[in-house]
Design a protein around this ligand. Structure first.
Ligand code: COA
Length: 689
C-alpha cells in the first residue's frame, strides 16, 4: 500500500490512516494514495465499513497551501471528497488533534464523525484570503445552519470539537481512546445495518429557513460594503447552500474559490503563512539549547524598559529592575504600574493577577542585584559609549552563562561583546514599541554570539508571546531602516509637489494604518529626526528640522505636521507655507499622484530591504515582511514590503529608483540584488528558501 495512507482491515472495518507528516496536508501524494486506498476498500468484499483516521499530532490540516495558485493535479480535492461521500459503504471520520479547512471538509464528506472532545475544528481559509472550496460552504450549513457556519468560516477561528455549537457535526465525542471508539462505532453500524448517510442530503441545518436568512442578513450587515473579498464570498456561498441544489452550489463555491485563489491578496497571505513559519528557522536552532530562564534583569525603566518589565512579569518571570537612582526608580515603577493597569483594562491581565504580580519584582539602584539573573536586558544608555560602559560593569556582576542583551536598535553587538569576557553570551533584543501591542522582537546576533545564547533569547521572546526575527547585530534594525526609507520617500514626494496630507491619504488607501506624517506626529518629530539621522538620512531631513525649529514636535505639543485640538488633527496652512518656502529653495513641483506616491514609498522600502538582504543583515526577504507586519502595522494582506514589491513588479520599481538617483543621491540607487533578480527573471520570494 502507498506511503502516505496506511491500509488495514480489522473484522470487516477498513482503517485508512493518513500518514503525511507533519500535519497530514492534502497534497497530491496523499490525495492519490487516499483515492487508491478507498478504491481498494470498496472493492474488498470483506470490508463493510471504512474508517478514516489521522496519524501523528492531528487528523488533517487541510489542503497543501504550497499547491495553491499552481495548476491542479488529479485527483482534485472536491472530486475526491465527492467520491468519499458517494461511497456505497459507510465512511466514518475519526478526528483527533485538529481537523482544519480541507481536513474538516473531508470529515464532512464522510457519513459519520467521531472525535476527541479536545480536538480543534475550524475553517482557517479566510486567513489565507480563501474560502473552504471543497464543499465546506455547502455541506457544513446543511448540518449546522448558517449562523455557526458563518461564525466558523468568516472568523477563521478554531473551536474545540466537544464544545458548544461544534457538537452538531459529531455522532460521538470521546475523551480518549478514539480509535477503539471509532471501531466500536463501526461495528455497531454493521450490526444495525445502518446505511450511508450523505451530508449533501442533510436538511437539519436548513429547515429553519427564517433563522437561516436572519443569520445571513446579520453577517451581511456586519461585513458592510468594503472590506476583504473572502468573507463576502463565504457569505454568498453559504447563502447559496440554502437556495441552490447541492451540485449547483458546489459549482458556485468553486467559481468563488478560483477567483480568490488567483487574487493578489490570497497570494500575499499565503506568502505570509510560510514566511512566519520560516522566520523561526535560524542556524543557531540546530546546535543551540535554551538555557533555564527564571530571573530576568532589566536595566533602565524608561518607556522600553518598563514595557519589558511588564511583559516579563506577565509571562511569570521574576524581574530585577535596575535604575540609576531612587527618583528614577520611583518614576520607572509608576510607569510600570500604569502599564499593568492598562493591561488589565485591555483584558491582557486579570485584576487578581495584577495585584500579586509585583511580588515577582525587585526594584534596585545597584547592578549587583543582577548577580542571579539568567538574562539581562540593557534598556538604558543612549549612545554606544554609555552602553559599552554598562556592559563592562555588567560583566563583573552577572553569573556565568547569563545572557546579556542590548535593547538599543543601534547597538553594535560585536563592539559591546568586546567590553565583556563572555562575548558568546552577548546579543541584541530589540522590542518594537509599544512593547505591549507590537509582536516583534528583533534578535541581533553579533560575530561571537553563541548558539545557546541566541536560542535562549528567541525562547524568551516566544514566552512573552512575541515573534523573534533574527538580524545581524550591526547598528540599525529592520523596522528602523525601512521606516526611515519610507519617511525619506515621503519627504521627497512632499519636496517635489505633494502635500503631507496627500501622502498620508495615499498610503492609508494603500493599506497602512497611518500615513507617514500622522505616524511622525504620534511618535514625536524629534524621535523621527533621531532615527533618520541614525539611518544616514541627514541630508534628507531639512523639512523635518524646519518643523522642529518652529516648535512643532508632534501631537504632544499640539502641532507637528498637523495641528491638533479637542476634535483631532487638521491640516495646518502654516506647514504648507513652510513647505512652499523650502521648495522654493530646492526646486520641486512635479505633483505626484496617488499611485506615484504609493510606488515611491514602496520602492524605497523594498530597496532598503534588498540592501539588508545583500549585506547579510537579514536571512531572507520574507523575514523583513514578517518584521514589518508584526512590528510596524504593515498591512498583512499586502504580504509585507518585499512581497508587495514582487507584486508591483521589480522592473518598474527599479526604473523609478533610477530616475530618483539621477540627482546623485546614492540612497536612491537600486541595489545590485534588485538588478540581479530582474536580470534572472526572479523575485524576492525566490530567495526565501
Ligand atoms: N499546507 C502545507 N503546509 C502546512 C500546512 C498546510 N495546510 N499546515 C501546516 N503546514 C506546514 C508548516 O508550514 C510547517 O512547515 P515547516 O515545518 O516546513 O515549517 C509544518 O507544516 C508544521 O506546521 P506548524 O504550523 O509549525 O505546526 P503547529 O503544530 O504549530 O500548527 C497547525 C499546526 C495545523 C495548527 C498549523 O500548521 C496551521 O494552522 N496550518 C494551516 C491550516 C490551514 O490554514 N488549513 C487550511 C488550508 S486551505
Amino acid at each position: 500500500m502507498a506511503l502516505t495512507v496506511g491500509y488495514e482491515v480489522d473484522e470487516g472495518v477498513a482503517v485508512l490512516s493518513l500518514q503525511n507528516p507533519p500535519v497530514n496536508a492534502l497534497g497530491i501524494a496523499l490525495r492519490r494514495d487516499l483515492l487508491a486506498a478507498f478504491e481498494t476498500a470498496l472493492a474488498d468484499r470483506s470490508v463493510r465499513v471504512i474508517v478514516l483516521i489521522g496519524q501523528g499530532k492531528l487528523f488533517c490540516a487541510g489542503g497543501d497551501i504550497s499547491e495553491f495558485g499552481k495548476p491542479f493535479k488529479a485527483p482534485w480535492v472536491p472530486e475526491l471528497f465527492n467520491t468519499v461521500e458517494q461511497s456505497t459503504k459507510p465512511v466514518i471520520a475519526a478526528i483527533h488533534g485538529a481537523a482544519l479547512g480541507g481536513g474538516m471538509e473531508l470529515a464532512l464528506a464522510c457519513h459519520y464523525r467521531v472525535c476527541e472532545a479536545r480536538a480543534r475544528i475550524g475553517f482557517p481559509e479566510v486567513s489565507l484570503g480563501l474560502l473552504p472550496g471543497a464543499g465546506g460552504t455547502q455541506r457544513a450549513p446543511r448540518l449546522c445552519g448558517a449562523e455557526t457556519a458563518l461564525e466558523l468560516m468568516i472568523t477563521g477561528k478554531s473551536v474545540a470539537a466537544g464544545s458548544g455549537a461544534a457538537r452538531v457535526f459529531f455522532d460521538l465525542i470521546v475523551k480518549e481512546g478514539l480509535r477503539e471508539a471509532a471501531m466500536t462505532f463501526a461495528q455497531r453500524l454493521v450490526e444495525k445495518g445502518l446505511p450511508v448517510r450523505r451530508t449533501r442530503d442533510a436538511r437539519n441545518g436548513l429547515k429553519d429557513a427564517a433563522a437561516y436568512q436572519t443569520a445571513i442578513a446579520k453577517w451581511r450587515k456586519r461585513l458592510g460594503k468594503g472590506g476583504a473579498e473572502a468573507p463576502g464570498e463565504i457569505l454568498r456561498c453559504v447563502e447559496a447552500a440554502a437556495l441552490l441544489p447541492f451540485d449547483v452550489g458546489m459549482a458556485f463555491e468553486r467559481a468563488a474559490f478560483d477567483t480568490l485563489e488567483q487574487s493578489e491578496t490570497s497570494r500575499a497571505l499565503r506568502h505570509v503563512f510560510f514566511a512566519e513559519n520560516k522566520v523561526a528557522k535560524i542556524p543557531e536552532a540546530k546546535a543551540g539549547h535554551a538555557r533555564a530562564l527564571e530571573q530576568i534583569g532589566v536595566i533602565g525603566g524608561g518607556t522600553r524598559g518598563a514595557g519589558l518589565v511588564a511583559l516579563s512579569l506577565m509571562a511569570g518571570f521574576e524581574v530585577v529592575l535596575v535604575e540609576k537612582d531612587a527618583p528614577s526608580l520611583a518614576r520607572a515603577l509608576t510607569r510600570l504600574r500604569r502599564l499593568l493597569d492598562r493591561a488589565v483594562s485591555r483584558g491582557q491581565l486579570s485584576a487578581l493577577r495584577r495585584d500579586g504580580i509585583e511580588a515577582l519584582l525587585h526594584g534596585k539602584t545597584d547592578m549587583v542585584a543582577l548577580s542571579e539573573a539568567d538574562l539581562v536586558i540593557v534598556a538604558a544608555g543612549g549612545d554606544a559609549l554609555e552602553q559599552g560602559q554598562i556592559f563592562a560593569q555588567l560583566d563583573a556582576v552577572v553569573k556565568d552563562g547569563a545572557v546579556l542583551a542590548s535593547a538599543s536598535p543601534f547597538a553594535d553587538i560585536g563592539a559591546l561583546a568586546e567590553r565583556t569576557g563572555c562575548a558568546e553570551d552577548v546579543l541584541g533584543l530589540h522590542f518594537s514599541l509599544p512593547t505591549q501591542m507590537s509582536d516583534l522582537v528583533e534578535v541581533a546576533v553579533g560575530p561571537a554570539s553563541g548558539a545557546d545564547a541566541v536560542v535562549t533569547a528567541t525562547t524568551f521572546a516566544r514566552k512573552l508571546g512575541k515573534v523573534p526575527v533574527r538580524v545581524l547585530g550591526v547598528p540599525g534594525r529592520i523596522g528602523g531602516r525601512l521606516m526611515a526609507a519610507y519617511q525619506a520617500a515621503a519627504d521627497r514626494l512632499v519636496m517635489s509637489g505633494a502635500l503631507p496630507q496627500e501622502v498620508d491619504r495615499a498610503m492609508r488607501r494603500w493599506g497602512m494604518a497611518l500615513g507617514p506624517y500622522q505616524l511622525a506626529d504620534v511618535m514625536g518629530l524629534e524621535r523621527v529626526l533621531a532615527r533618520q539621522e541614525e539611518c544616514g538620512h541627514d541630508r534628507r531631513v531639512a523639512l523635518l528640522r524646519a518643523l522642529i525649529k518652529d516648535g512643532r514636535l508632534g501631537r504632544k505639543t499640539s502641532k507637528g505636521w498637523y495641528r491638533y485640538d479637542a476634535d483631532g488633527g487638521r491640516v495646518d496652512p502654516e506647514v504648507a507655507a513652510m513647505i512652499a518656502s523650502l521648495r522654493g529653495q530646492t526646486g520641486g513641483g512635479s505633483f505626484p499622484d496617488e499611485s506615484d506616491i504609493q510606488r515611491l514609498c514602496l520602492a524605497a522600502m523594498a530597496n532598503e530591504g534588498a540592501r539588508m538582504v545583500e549585506e547579510g543583515h537579514v536571512m531572507r526577504p520574507g523575514d523583513i515582511d514578517v518584521a514589518m507586519i508584526r512590528g510596524f502595522a504593515f498591512p498583512r494582506w499586502r504580504g509585507g514590503p518585499m512581497q508587495a514589491a514582487d507584486s508591483a513588479g521589480l522592473l518598474s520599481l527599479r526604473n523609478l529608483l533610477r530616475t530618483c538617483a539621477q540627482d546623485g543621491d546614492a540612497f536612491w540607487r537600486p541595489v545590485n540584488l534588485l538588478d540581479d533578480l530582474i536580470k534572472n527573471g526572479r523575485h524576492f520570494s525566490d530567495l526565501n528558501g
